[in-house]
Design a binder for this molecule. Structure first.
Ligand code: ARG
Ligand code: GLU
Length: 730
């Protein structure tokens, strides 16, 4: 009996430990305190100090924030870095021309001299992280107004920032954690001379495109290569031909040994945003109300763009980037809604809330302090929901209409003109003209007309009457509430839909053009709609969210007090984090199990000659046919392409170095598997998987396909003794 009971207790404990094994994106400087034992249990062979140290070169010195929205890893003593192809995509496109199309054909610099400067690209290293919570919250007491609280904190942060020890070329940022219950300081070093070194053609780097996006099994070689340059003292400097390759404090050894199912895998990067502590009512709103609104509108946009793109290869080229951006979030939102249902996430969150209420009710002090939080959050979100829905209808429809983007730029010039005078507006002329030139290169009036017609009909139908300006409703009335009639009229009278016309006017007589455009029907319509949308929808939503933020902060503090046994990870906030887990397959649906590793064989299985998503370059087909794989194979003699891990990641993690038990580079994270993308709100170990391109595929493509073996030689390539992972049949 006692034995049985004991076993029960042990099993319960194990189950609890298991559930928490992989959730969260953790702060590197707290790993020793919070995560090291768990990481070692999962197979890690190095120490927390090897991952983050301020006294010696550690893994963190090889992890960079890439261009603001992605992550990258440094892999040589000369500042060579790897990130995703989709992270470098925009830059590679900007460096390309019809004669030198690096997206279509790939690019490999054969020497330092061939490496291409990338204007505007920057990378940021984290020099040091410090907990400054105490100083940041000094003087804050619980019965203060939010305003008072914020003003004290702002002053505190200013002082901390000014007093922080740093070198003249370093920067200091302070960010709130745990919904504002803690603050951490980051000393950073940003390099602005970053050069393009190489990338495979899109048919490898974006193989599978939208069809495979967010999907496992995956066969994308999603990587590109850059190099950081510094001045002669190894310090950040603006681009100069005299700059030299940066010598990092640490760089990642690259492993040829790979991983198998059950092996430890850790992801080091800059995840953007998660919301792990929302009450059920908020997750329900976000995932079951707002996501479907956005998805429904984007369905329409994507159908219109897709049809035109399929019919005309030139349009395909012009609209690829726009369409990919719209489709990426669209597909993720659909996955979130399905994932929440499938994981029973809402029920689980409600169960946690019930437990919270039970514990709080049993403790008088907690009851006084926290007893009202959940009811208040529920009330606040109930108020937010209709507002946020209306705001999303407004945002998604108006942002989907391309000509409104033009109107928005012209409007900002007009505002400048009216508030700061003609000279101030004129000073912006170059920027506006440049924007328009770029914009019109990828603009098709016939597509935009269809978008306008479809989206304005939704706007008039769904945006609440009080947020629709009289100017717009009257205009709609006068066209008998026919979006078709309105569209015909608007596009035949606007000057903004004709690229040549608008640009010519602005270039020949800027002042006169501004005055003419002031009267343009699209501009007038946009101004009216946008002004009221901001006033009646966006501002009230922000105001309500501010109130909610204060409640969420208190709720977070309450959760930490009430569940001391739960290790609660801080939500992602675009700061440096470590996620960890194991290489594991999963069951996407009944009776189906996915293996955790894909191979080059799978690329060939998906190969569709001439297809825009699944074509395979001839050279790669030859290498495959000749089994010319070099040393980039696993024990079965095949070239691994990608694998999945249970580690918790989100947007911003793309390009993150993925490391084995010894801290060697085994791949780059580039996606999350669709069934588990609900992990921004609710993490389920069963179904959450991050998708990683295997570094052996990267090296294989570089060396054998790209003829850039010199880059592989520049790296420190290692092999490690086989680990004791869970065996699985190949
Ligand atoms: N899903 C990836 C992440 O969220 C982006 C993949 C880019 N590729 C594409 N075909 N859209 O950013
Ligand atoms: N593709 C995403 C990025 O650009 C990463 C997706 C994820 O890990 O969930 O950051």
């Amino acid at each position: 009996m006692t034995k049985k009971l004991l076993l029960g207790v042990v099993l319960c404990f194990m189950a609890a430990a298991r559930v928490q094994a992989d959730e969260g994106m953790w702060l590197p400087l707290l790993l020793q305190q919070l995560n090291e034992p768990q990481m070692k249990k999962l197979g890690m062979k190095i120490s927390a100090d090897d991952i983050y140290s301020i006294n010696k070169g550690s893994l963190k010195d090889a992890v960079i924030s890439f261009g603001g929205g992605c992550t990258g890893g440094v892999v040589s003593a000369q500042g060579l870095l790897l990130t995703n192809h989709h992270c470098g995509h925009g830059r590679i496109q900007a460096l390309s021309s019809p004669e030198k199309n690096y997206l279509a054909d790939g690019f490999w610099a054969q020497s330092f001299n061939d490496e291409l400067p990338v204007p505007g690209l920057f990378v940021t290293f984290i020099v040091r992280i410090e907990d400054v919570s105490k100083a940041a919250l000094e003087g804050v007491v619980s019965n203060m107004s939010e305003r008072e609280r914020q003003s004290i904190i702002d002053k505190n942060l200013e002082a901390i920032r000014n007093n922080a020890a740093r070198e003249s070329w370093q920067n200091v940022q302070i960010r709130p954690f745990y919904e504002g219950n803690q603050y951490y300081l980051f000393v950073t070093e940003t390099f602005n001379d970053v050069r393009f070194v190489g990338a495979p053609p899109e048919s490898i780097g974006n193989f599978g495109d939208d069809t495979d996006n967010w999907v496992w099994p995956r066969h994308t070689g999603d990587f590109s290569v850059f190099r950081i340059y510094a001045d002669k003292n190894n310090r950040p400097a603006p681009y100069s031909a005299d700059n030299v390759p940066y010598r990092p404090r640490y760089f990642l050894p690259v492993s040829l040994s790979g991983v198998k199912e059950g092996d430890f895998a850790m992801i080091y990067g800059f995840p953007g945003r998660t919301n792990l502590y929302l009450p059920a009512v908020a997750v329900d709103m976000q995932v079951n109300v707002l996501n479907p609104i956005r998805v429904g509108i984007r369905d329409q946009i994507l159908a219109i763009m897709g049809e035109a793109m399929r019919a005309n290869p030139e349009i395909k080229l012009q609209y690829t980037a726009k369409q990919a951006g719209i489709a990426n979030a669209w597909k993720k939102w659909i996955g979130e809604t399905q994932g929440l249902k499938r994981t029973n996430g809402l029920e689980e969150i409600r169960r946690r809330e019930a437990e919270f209420k039970r514990r709080v009710a049993a403790n008088p002090a907690w009851n006084t302090a926290y007893g009202n939080l959940l009811p208040e959050l529920e009330r606040a979100y109930a108020e937010l929901s209709p507002l946020a829905s209306a705001r999303d209808y407004f945002n998604e429809t108006t942002r989907g209409i391309e000509i409104f983007r033009v109107a928005s730029f012209v409007e900002s010039a007009l505002n400048l003109h009216d508030t700061q005078g003609p000279d101030a507006a004129k000073a912006r002329s170059g920027q506006l003209i440049g924007f328009l030139k770029n914009f019109y290169q990828n603009y098709r009036e016939e597509i935009d007309r269809r978008l306008f017609e479809r989206l304005m009909a939704i706007y008039f139908d769904k945006v609440p009457a009080e947020a629709q300006p009289e100017y717009a409703t009257k205009l709609y009335q006068s066209h008998n509430r026919s979006a078709t009639a309105l569209t015909g009229d608007i596009y035949s009278s606007t000057m903004l839909a004709d690229p040549g016309k608008a640009l010519h006017m602005l270039e020949t007589d800027w002042d006169k053009a501004l005055e003419t455009l002031r009267q343009d029907p699209v501009l007038k319509l946009f101004r009216a709609i946008n002004q009221l949308g901001v006033e009646k929808l966006q501002r009230p939503v922000s105001a309500q969210q501010e109130q909610i933020a204060a409640l969420q902060r208190q709720y977070m503090a309450a959760l930490m007090a009430v569940f001391p046994e739960r290790r609660l990870p801080p939500d992602a906030n675009a700061t440096l984090r470590v996620s960890y887990g194991q290489v594991q397959g999963y069951k996407p649906r009944d009776a189906v199990r996915y293996e955790p590793i894909t191979y080059l064989d799978g690329v060939m299985e998906k190969y569709k000659p001439g297809d825009y998503e699944f074509d395979v370059p001839e050279k790669l087909r030859q290498l495959y046919a000749n089994k010319d794989f070099g040393r980039y194979v696993d024990a079965t003699g095949r070239v691994p392409v990608a694998f999945i891990s249970t580690a918790h990641t989100t947007g911003g993690n793309s390009g993150s170095p993925t490391l084995d038990a010894r801290g060697n580079l085994i791949g780059l994270l580039f996606d999350g598997a669709w069934e588990g993308v609900i992990s921004d709100y609710y993490f389920s170990e069963e179904i959450n998987r991050s998708i990683i391109v295997d570094v052996r595929y990267i090296l294989f493509v570089m060396d054998k396909f790209g003829g850039a073996g010199h880059l592989v030689n520049e790296m420190k390539v290692v092999t490690t003794p086989p680990s004791k992972g869970k065996k699985h049949k190949a």
